[in-house]
Design a protein around this ligand. Sequence first.
Ligand SMILES: *[C@@H]1O[C@H](CO)[C@@H](O)[C@H](O)[C@H]1NC(C)=O
Length: 314
Amino acid sequence: MTGKNQTVISEFLLLVLPIQLEQQDLIYVLFLVMYVTTVLGNLVLIILIRLDSHLHTPMYLLLSNLSFSDLCFSSVTMPTFLHNMQRQVPSIPYAACLTQLYFFLLFGDLESFLLVAMAYDRYVAICFPLHYTSIMSPRLCLSLVGLCWVLTTFHAMLHTLLMARVRFCGNNVIPHLFCDLSALLKLACSDTRVNELLIFITGGLLLVMPFLLIILSYARIVSSILKLPSARGIHKAFSTCGSHVSVVSLFYGTIIGVYLCPSNDNSIAKETVMFVMYMVVTPMLNPFIYSLRNRDMKGALGRVFFKKKIPFSV
Ligand SMILES: *[C@@H]1O[C@H](CO)[C@@H](O)[C@H](O)[C@H]1NC(C)=O
């Protein structure tokens, strides 16, 4: 032990949104409405898929998992954030901060892995339509979901346990709206080289790999359509992959946009935009992207909630 005066940090201070006092209520209501929409939209989607037996296909079961992940991802940060908006000094206790970090990593990764599983599902549906039911069996579907959970649990656990070893003293101001991995490391007063190395390695593997796998499955889909170009094939590909492509673009578009845009000036503005896109807009839009463009979803909505007889389209 060194003889230095070491205060142990029991809570962190978070960033205050750079908004004027008179706009505060308006912005608060806006965030609240978006969060409630996220929760309700995703819940309706999950309930719909559970209740309507027409939707018990791999594509919709995976979508239901994605909705669950969206719902949880948004709930990791939004309640604390909304609560903190009402206070002068937004703070978060140490334990809550680590918990938030764990679930943020867990559901963030889960989302990107589920997008890969969904891309694989579309790849099989378009490239091997005759063998689709035998390849994408309920068992494979369950294994894919299980694998996603195992990988993300491991990753989130690894970083959270490593973070629990890091010592904090002195500075406890996190220049972020939630407990972010790299922001926390910048405040550490013990050695964080192992943490940084592992972030680099797992970050590369867990962010770049899913993206490449998704690109790969879409490359195969496009090349299989180009081999046998027919109006029907192209229409089918568009109608079954359109929603997935939109969701993937939204998810990775945000990440790429955040990392590629220059960060030297107004980083608070950038941080806010990133937070809003990640935590609110993406999880909020996913269920709408899937249900608005999709005849099966609309049919299910009618069947489940209004007890109408709507034929199922194949
Ligand atoms: C997730 O997917 C699995 C496997 O298909 C399915 O059994 C399960 O019901 C899904 N979970 C949710 C919440 O939709």
